[in-house]
Design a binder for this molecule. Structure first.
Ligand code: IPM
Ligand code: MG
Length: 363
């Protein structure tokens, strides 16, 4: 029996291609694992009304962690029209499978390292080495939204200010979830010798919810006196990050701000082809490239697999296979520095699997 069981969820679009690339690396580095396929993606929405079927959750329940490629999602109107005729008009509602997984499995940390590997022509500045900790279960992602404000709301004092034709979305921030994400960021900083943690918020306007977040952040920060603690408003942070990216180290924030800031950070180190994520809970985790399924490139094997290979590296770290993780990262760094095998985004003409094989050859 293999040492690990890994749920393998390539999804659709280019998810399938980049997952294939990651497997080349995991096999070459000799990870002793069984990979168990799980159905996830647009096809299962269309034919079953659920892009994340229960049988996939059952597979995941028997594994140590999961590896996810990417999936296509489309707007509400298109989603409804693409359902097979038998399922149309039956009230099926599309919800992002990855968001559901994060919430269902309580994967409260979204860890997104963004490092400028030397020699990457897409680096915004050399030396950038940021790590984003995004709260992954609550905030604007709780999925409580109304196309029309329910009448009962207008009975609550203050609510009469909401225009009658408004759609509303709720943002929920709890002290407990705030504390655990901030603590995760500080623990990471301590373990990895990082010098500072910056909490990002909009507490001057979102006084209640970001008030809760910042109070939790300050409380946790007091337990880590050796680590510098700073904070910034989300808007200002967008400017400061572009101006002085080397001034930042570990960033911790709520769900939606983390979504936004992590794309900004990824772009500074090469863009979609370099953004990797670990969705991490107390005893389970799902690793994925941050990018989507890029339907227009589907089947062409041309997109950059490095984000996905770096997600595999994160999985190795999480499985306490630190040596293997370091080998993979070293091989990625070498291929980037050599600059011979590059996908189109980096100015090259190599394909997805060429890059994977070049990295594998360094292992
Ligand atoms: C991400 C993505 C997702 C998110 C989408 C696909 C729902 O943008 O992982 O950052 O918003 O969290
Ligand atoms: Mg995002």
């Amino acid at each position: 029996m293999a040492k690990y069981k890994i749920a393998w969820l390539p999804g659709d679009g280019i998810g399938i291609e980049v997952a294939e690339a990651a497997r080349i690396i995991l096999d070459r580095v000799g990870l002793d694992a069984d990979y168990i396929h799980g159905d996830i993606g647009w096809e299962f929405w269309r034919t079953e009304g659920d892009p994340l079927p229960q049988r996939t959750l059952d597979v995941m329940a028997k594994t140590d962690c999961a590896f996810f490629g990417a999936i296509t999602s489309k707007g509400k109107d298109v989603a409804d029209k693409e359902l097979i005729p038998e399922l149309q008009g039956k009230g099926y509602v599309y919800r992002s499978p990855i968001v559901r997984l994060r919430q269902l499995l309580d994967l409260y940390i979204c860890l997104r390292p963004c490092k400028a590997y030397p020699g990457n022509p897409l680096n915004y500045k050399e030396g950038i080495d940021l790590v984003v900790f995004r709260e992954n279960t609550e905030g604007m992602y709780i999925g409580v939204e109304y196309a029309q404000v329910p009448e009962a709301f207008y009975q609550v004092p203050g609510m009469e200010k909401i225009p009658r034709d408004a759609a509303v979305s709720f943002r929920a921030i709890t002290p407990g979830s705030s504390e655990r994400i901030v603590r995760a960021a500080f623990e990471y900083a301590r373990q990895h010798g990082r010098k500072g943690v910056t909490a990002v918020h909009k507490a001057n306007v979102l006084r209640q919810t970001d008030g809760v977040f910042m109070e939790a952040a300050r409380k946790v920060a007091a337990d880590y006196p050796e680590i510098e603690f700073g904070n910034a408003n989300i808007d200002a942070m967008g400017m400061w990050l572009l101006k002085n990216p080397l001034n930042y180290d570990v960033i911790v924030t709520t769900n939606l701000f983390g979504d936004i800031i992590s794309d900004l950070c990824a772009q500074m180190v090469g863009g979609l082809g370099f953004g990797c994520s670990g969705n991490i809970g107390t005893d389970y985790a799902v690793f994925e490239p941050t990018h989507g399924s890029a339907p227009k490139y589907e089947g062409q094997y041309k997109v950059n697999p490095i984000a996905t290979i770096l997600a595999a590296k994160m999985m190795l770290d999480w499985l306490a296979e630190g040596d293997k993780a370091a080998q993979v990262e070293g091989a990625v760094a070498e291929v980037i520095a050599e600059g011979k095998v590059r996908t189109y985004d980096m100015g090259g003409t190599s394909g997805t699997l060429d890059v994977a094989r070049a990295i594998a050859d360094k292992l």
